[in-house]
Design a protein. Sequence first.
Length: 56
Amino acid sequence: MSEKRLIWFGVIVGSTLGGLVPSLWHASMWSLWGLVFSTVGGLLGIWAGWKVGRGL
């Protein structure tokens, strides 16, 4: 799989999981915390996709 696809996969999975984290304390995915965690998850997904694409 190409590095670009791995990065996009990381962004989608990371931002989705990050957006779901606030539901652990019954906050909305669309709350401020949902947006913050979604952004952080997306950034971590970019980093993880880049690392996996480079072969760790």
